[in-house]
Ligand binder design. Structure first.
Ligand code: ZN
Length: 266
């Protein structure tokens, strides 16, 4: 058997392992940041939705108050005119106009009360949320129960956390950028060599690594495949010790003697 081919592949695995080690330095930070950003976006949407309702209420309230003022002014004018009315017909016509304005005021008042009630309900629901938080009963909370001030605090906390984690990740990425760059170049060169020398082995390697598995080539450890701990048949040990490889019957990984990894690291 031509052992140099497997040596080339072990070298590739060694380089891929090094990249993997560097990525593991990021300690799941990218995933954590994504999750935090989702929480942050959700919180922002909630705050915006509440602000929209508050703005709409404010605008409507202003409009209704203006309407009421207008109506009152008209009523005042109509009443003045009534004192000058020359006959009953004129007086009654003005009375009807006053009546109409009074109805307008009553309708506006009802709408103002509706707004006040809605706002009161919101406050009551948030008050309930505040009690639940105080009692640690978060599982009983609904979105609308979250008090405004706590929601804003949450936004601030999440923003800080995301910034902090991003900084942390960024510094790791910057620190390791040169190393990753150099490793990627070595990997490209190594792959070019293997394609020429042992394409089928490389295909096997890539196929094994196409799933979640990173270590396609593993060491023989205590006479077992160190990828899945399945024992390697005794009659294959000699071949492995001599620098050959064995395809694990259980997981399909390529099992080699650990010496080959030591050589690949040199
Ligand atoms: Zn195995």
């Amino acid at each position: 058997m031509d052992h140099t081919k497997i040596n080339l592949l072990v070298r590739l695995q060694h380089l891929d392992n090094q990249i993997e080690n560097i990525i593991s330095l990021q300690k799941g930070l990218p995933e954590e940041i994504t999750a935090l950003e989702e929480d942050l976006a959700f919180t922002k949407r909630q705050i915006e939705a509440r602000k929209k309702i508050a703005d709409d209420h404010l605008k409507l309230r202003q409009k209704l108050n203006e309407t009421i003022n207008d109506c009152r002014n008209k009523i005042r004018i109509f009443k003045e005119k009534q004192t000058l009315a020359r006959n009953n017909k004129e007086y009654d016509a003005l009375s009807k106009q006053i009546e109409y304005e009074e109805k307008e005021i009553a309708q506006a008042d009802i709408q103002l009360q509706d707004i006040a009630h809605a706002e009161q309900r919101t406050q009551e629901i948030q008050q309930k949320g505040r009690h639940l938080i105080a009692e640690n009963r978060y599982d009983e909370m609904t979105e609308e129960m979250m008090p405004d001030d706590i929601l804003l605090q949450q936004l601030e906390d999440l923003t800080k956390q995301v910034d902090h984690k991003k900084e942390e990740l960024n510094s790791i990425v910057i620190e390791t950028a040169d190393e990753v760059d150099a490793l990627n170049k070595k990997i490209d060169l190594q792959r070019d060599t293997i394609i020429k020398e042992a394409k089928r082995l490389l295909d096997k390697y890539d196929h094994l690594r196409s799933g979640i598995l990173q270590n396609a080539v593993v060491k023989l450890n205590r006479n077992a495949c160190s990828g899945c701990n399945t024992r390697v048949p005794t009659n294959r040990h000699t071949m492995i010790v001599q620098g050959g490889f064995y395809l694990c019957e259980s997981c399909g990984r390529i099992v080699v003697h650990e010496r080959l990894f030591d050589e690949a690291a040199d």
